[in-house]
Design a protein around this ligand. Sequence first.
Ligand SMILES: NC(=O)c1ccc[n+]([C@@H]2O[C@H](COP(=O)([O-])OP(=O)(O)OC[C@H]3O[C@@H](n4cnc5c(N)ncnc54)[C@H](O)[C@@H]3O)[C@@H](O)[C@H]2O)c1
Ligand SMILES: [Zn+2]
Length: 371
Amino acid sequence: MPQVTIHVAPGPYQAWIENGLLARSGSVLADLLPQASRIFLVTVPPVRKRWGAKFVRSLRAAGFAPQVLSMPDGEPSKRLSTVERLAEKLVGLGADRKAVIVGFGGGVVGDVSGLLASLYMRGVELVQVPTTVLAQVDASIGGKTGVNLVAGKNLVGTFYHPRVVLIDPATLKTLPDREFRAGLYEALKCGVIGNVELFLRFEQNRTRILKRDPAELEWLIAQSVKLKAEVVSADEHEGGLRRVLNLGHTIGHALEAETGYRRLLHGEAVGWGMIAATNIALRVGRTDSVTAGRIADAVLSLGRLPEVNVSSRKILARLQSDKKTQNGVVHFILPREIGKVEVASDVPESVVVESVDELRRLSRGGWVWKK
Ligand SMILES: NC(=O)c1ccc[n+]([C@@H]2O[C@H](COP(=O)([O-])OP(=O)(O)OC[C@H]3O[C@@H](n4cnc5c(N)ncnc54)[C@H](O)[C@@H]3O)[C@@H](O)[C@H]2O)c1
Ligand SMILES: [Zn+2]
């Protein structure tokens, strides 16, 4: 089974990736956490309904008496009030310092559970069991936890690593199609950043990927996790190298914000953002037209992205006030060739505006959806 080690200061931990792992998770956790007094699963109704019984059965068979804590589904519940309510429930259930919190769901559950585990009794063990593509390839790896404020997303959070990440790609079977594809853009991003073979799979095995072929997904997720783990291991707190993971996110975040977080799923915004970054790279001579065409095709061939009818000037203004802006300079991660990116801080405003104009043109149907 693919196991990827994440090397970070509190101590290394592993991500296990295997189809069917959920049914074996009890024995895996019993080996890893022999001291665990109690296990508390934090989850949302859609995940509990489809996969809860299987997970709980496996934990019981391994001698645990798991308790399930439900939180409301969706991004609006990623709030401090949810963390507080869950903490109160934990106290009510008698959770002590030896409690283990398991984040069982998508990125929302993972971020809330991570923050909860880092705060409850000043920190208890955390296990991540992600069930969306986005959470499996991205959110569950790297130790970032957080919740949203009215003023913006992820403004309150901690760095807190799980003891282990258990990834069962088979759980993706029940994911709604749009959520599934949105996560794939983050996996594709990993290919562009640093894994040529992964990128080639998207070009060559797209149909199998979109049909959710189990072996294909297992491989693809393991490769994406490996890439993220390598970057996080080299740069735990987003000093320099970790920034490469933001490919597609500079413009992607601005698009999400400008459309009120309603029109685009995060992964879809990253898809558009990667096309914009590629377009910028081409215009400033950092990449060639063949590479740029391959990246844009790979993004667009995963399905139709929602239209982005935004003002380029407004996007530019958002970039300039973004929290990632340092001294008024906007940093872009630009693809150079497949598997190689670089940081650029000298992109002229006019080029940014043109590349966003290009997104608008593309999204109005200027491209053909390949089957
Ligand atoms: N911590 C990090 O490093 C990091 C990185 C990227 C994103 N994030 C965060 O992740 C969040 C987005 O995560 P997401 O895209 O997973 O969204 P999500 O957690 O809202 O899940 C999407 C939907 O899929 C449902 N779902 C989950 N698993 C399912 C399954 N197996 N079958 C059927 N339905 C299922 C959920 O109930 C939800 O309705 C954002 O809040 C973002 O900020 C965090
Ligand atoms: Zn992302």
